[in-house]
Structures are given as structure tokens and as C-alpha cells.
Ligand binder design. Structure first.
Ligand code: HEM
Length: 387
């Protein structure tokens, strides 16, 4: 599988611009022209309208993890049980995704797919049956402050749909149900992200329902993704482990705290996103920094301290969460090469994290996001074989 060298794993290509056009006439210049001039049917689409920028579904890795670089504002995530042969169900799903993203599926009723991405993961039961030792075979354990019925725990398949156009989300899930009748839906959730704020060059993050910028300390470079997000080898190479937690948040109770108390619970300033230990939004929190009276500037139970990867001894996790309106809270989504990155972090948080007192988890699951696919290499084939 060839990578797109101009835009790569972290990039995306303007709609209507072929790989050959980019590779042909001198790379960056061609791309610059394309970004400046990529005309929509209305003649107005530019790089400043990211919702119109198509994100390839085919590739060495699935879209919806590192591509697009800034996650789309709308998400629907659905979890299913699978009956039947995973190889053929996943191959059908992959073919459907290619059609949807390329705008060839009539179910989109003429809507432009724009930056639609559809990302598929499989649950521990399926992974363990095919490759007992592979990443993703191990189920996510239970944690404190959960209120999860059986229907909302685990599952065989996750489908994460993200787009700038919210109308696409239900249409895609309808199509998934029509095309793959071997999938029985367990639960689904919608989410939205506010406008992104600049964190540092090449990285931005949205605010969540608590008013704090969320997604600051995450992997952003290709090297960081390789070190902490992508599974490096074996049949799942190029995949990642997705953890989803539906966290209902008592926003009113959190809001009743003073801004200073809210900031102490998070470990960063609400307005600027800067660490309480000083510096700017893009800086790491300094867990050693103390005030003149000898107290830690990032309090002992601050979320940014309890969740920090260093004391947990784990790599960075990619957080790609969305705020929820119904129920009110956060659909927490993280992606990491190893499940232990998540479990060790949440274990440390569960011991003493001021933020967790305001949250209750009502749905949970871990899934192996399958390696990338294309028309010749069906989705899931490296784990489950061809049909
Ligand atoms: C109600 C749920 C949650 C909310 C509202 C929330 C919010 C935040 C905010 C505002 C930050 C600081 C800015 C940033 O670095 O992005 C943060 C950091 C972080 N959160 Fe959460 N979070 C929640 C749940 C979780 C969970 C369940 C985990 C993982 C088990 C987690 C892991 C992290 C990590 C790893 C960081 C970065 C810490 C650092 O390196 O500074 N969060 N979160």
C-alpha cells in the first residue's frame, strides 16, 4: 500500500484532487495551488472550509484516528454484537465505507460526504477467538464509579462516524444496519466538539462542556503516534486500541465551584488552558512545581496530575473525546497501542481524581481499531482472513 507522501498519515487531500496530481507537478506547489483554488460546485471551497476536504478511507491505517488532523465537529458511535463470520461482515463493512466516503452510495441522498470518516474496531471476543495473544484480545476491566448494564459494556464491533455535516451520521448508521444484518446494535451515542483553539503550532483542541480546553496533552507528531498510538507489528499492525467511556457529568455541581476550585480540579486555567504550574497552553504541567508556601501548584488530586502519563509509567494516549448533550457529559474516546495505557491511567485517577467525583460512567468498551484497508485488501483481512 502506497502512502500519500505529500499529506501522509496526518494529512488529508482536498476533494477532487487526485493522488497523481499531487505527486506529479512538484508537490508542495501543487498542493498550495490546490488548497487555494480547489473549487466546489459553488466555486467557494478553500482550505479554510475543512468540512469539504475529503479524507481517504483507504490507506495503511484507517481514517478517524490521525486523519483528519483536527477531529470533525460531529460524531456518532455505535456498538454492535456480531453473529456469523467476521471476515465477510467486516469485508462488507469496508466496501460500504469506501462507497460512502467516495460519495457513491445512494443512501447519502445526494449529500456531499465532505470530511466523513467511518472507523471500525472489533471487540475482545472476536480478537481472542482469532488471535488469543493479539492486542485487543483482553477485555476492559471494571472500575469504580461505573453504573453500566450488560447491554452497555463490551460488544463485538464499534463504528465511529465523524463528519462536519451532522446529517450524514444517522444516514451512515442506517446504511450500516441495512448492509450488514449480522450486526445487532447494542447502543449508540452522538457527540459534538466546539471550535478548536490553538494549542501550539500544528495542534489545536476544543473546549468541553466544563469550559476547559480538552485534548492539549496528546500525541501530535508522526513519531509520537508511532511511539504511543499505532500497534507496531503482528496481524494488528497499523491498528490501535480504542477505549470508549460514556461519562455522565454533573455539570451543575462542577459549575457551582469557584473558577479557582474548578482549575484546581483540572490542573489548568479555564480561560487560557495554561498549566497551574505556569507557562502557556501548549506547555506540559510541571508536577514538581511548588508555591512559596510549599504546596504543589498542581494539586495532589488534580486531574492533570492523576492522569499524567509519567507517574503512571505509560506513553501518551490520544484523546479524541466529544461532548454530549443527552446525557450531559463527555463521550471519552482514547486511542493507544496498548490497553494498559488506559487502564493504568484510570487506576491512578480512581485513587484520587477530583474530576471523577462529578462523573459516572454508563457505557464502556475497548476495541481493536483494525489496520487500514482498500478495495484489494478487505477490512479485517489481516486478522480474520479473506472470505
Ligand atoms: C468527565 C471526564 C473527563 C473530562 C471532562 C476530562 C477533561 C480533561 C481536561 C480539561 C484535561 C486538561 C487538558 C488536556 O491536557 O487535554 C485533561 C487531561 C487529561 N485527561 Fe481527562 N477528562 C476526563 C476523563 C478522562 C479519562 C477517563 C481519562 C483516562 C483514563 C483521561 C485522561 C487524561 C489525560 C491522559 C490527560 C493529560 C494529562 C497530562 O498529561 O497533562 N481523562 N482531561
Amino acid at each position: 500500500m502506497k502512502q500519500d507522501h505529500h499529506l501522509g498519515e496526518h494529512g488529508e487531500r482536498p476533494r477532487g484532487l487526485s493522488r497523481r496530481a499531487l505527486l506529479g507537478s512538484g508537490g508542495a506547489a501543487a498542493l498550495g495551488l490546490a488548497l487555494a483554488g480547489a473549487a466546489s460546485p459553488r466555486g467557494s471551497a478553500t482550505a479554510s472550509e475543512p468540512g469539504r476536504t475529503r479524507v481517504d478511507a483507504a490507506g495503511a491505517r484507517q481514517a478517524g484516528v490521525a486523519r483528519p488532523r483536527i477531529a470533525q465537529p460531529h460524531l456518532a458511535l455505535a456498538v454492535y454484537d456480531l453473529s456469523g463470520d467476521p471476515a465477510s461482515v467486516l469485508a462488507d463493512l469496508g466496501a460500504l465505507i469506501l462507497d460512502l466516503v467516495e460519495g457513491r452510495d445512494p443512501a447519502l441522498v445526494g449529500l456531499e460526504p465532505g470530511d466523513l470518516t467511518v472507523t471500525v474496531g472489533v471487540g475482545p471476543r472476536l480478537v481472542a477467538a482469532a488471535h488469543p495473544g493479539a492486542p485487543g484480545a483482553e477485555p476492559l476491566p471494571s472500575f469504580p464509579r461505573e453504573d453500566i448494564d450488560e447491554q452497555h459494556r463490551g460488544g463485538d464491533v464499534v463504528v465511529q462516524v465523524c463528519a462536519s455535516d451532522p446529517l450524514l451520521l444517522p444516514l451512515v448508521l442506517v446504511r450500516v444496519a441495512e448492509k450488514t444484518t449480522a450486526l445487532q446494535e447494542r447502543w449508540r451515542q452522538r457527540g459534538t466538539r466546539g471550535p478548536d483553539e490553538r494549542v501550539r503550532r500544528g495542534h489545536s483542541a476544543p473546549r468541553n462542556l466544563l469550559g476547559f480546553v480538552d485534548g492539549i496533552a496528546v500525541p501530535t507528531t508522526k513519531e509520537e503516534f508511532a511511539a504511543s498510538v499505532w500497534i507496531p507489528d503482528g496481524p494488528a499492525a497499523g491498528g490501535t486500541i480504542l477505549v470508549v467511556r460514556r461519562m455522565e457529568v454533573d455539570v451543575a455541581a462542577f459549575r457551582s465551584l469557584s473558577v479557582g476550585e474548578q482549575e484546581a480540579a483540572i490542573g489548568r486555567r479555564r480561560a487560557s488552558g495554561a498549566p497551574l504550574s505556569g507557562g502557556r497552553i501548549g506547555d506540559d504541567v510541571d508536577l514538581q512545581a511548588k508555591s512559596a508556601d510549599g504546596r504543589y501548584r498542581i494539586p495532589a488530586d488534580a486531574h492533570a496530575r492523576r492522569a499524567h502519563p509519567r507517574p503512571a509509567g505509560v506513553p501518551l494516549m490520544l484523546r479524541r473525546s466529544y461532548s454530549m448533550e443527552e446525557p450531559l457529559g463527555l463521550l471519552f474516546i482514547s486511542m493507544q497501542a496498548e490497553l494498559s495505557t488506559f487502564t493504568r491511567t484510570l487506576e491512578r485517577m480512581s485513587e484520587a481524581d477530583a474530576l471523577l467525583a462529578f462523573a459516572r460512567t454508563t457505557a464502556s468498551g475497548s476495541f481493536l481499531v483494525l489496520p487500514g484497508f482498500d478495495r484489494d485488501r478487505p477490512l479485517g483481512s489481516s486478522l480474520f482472513g479473506g472470505r
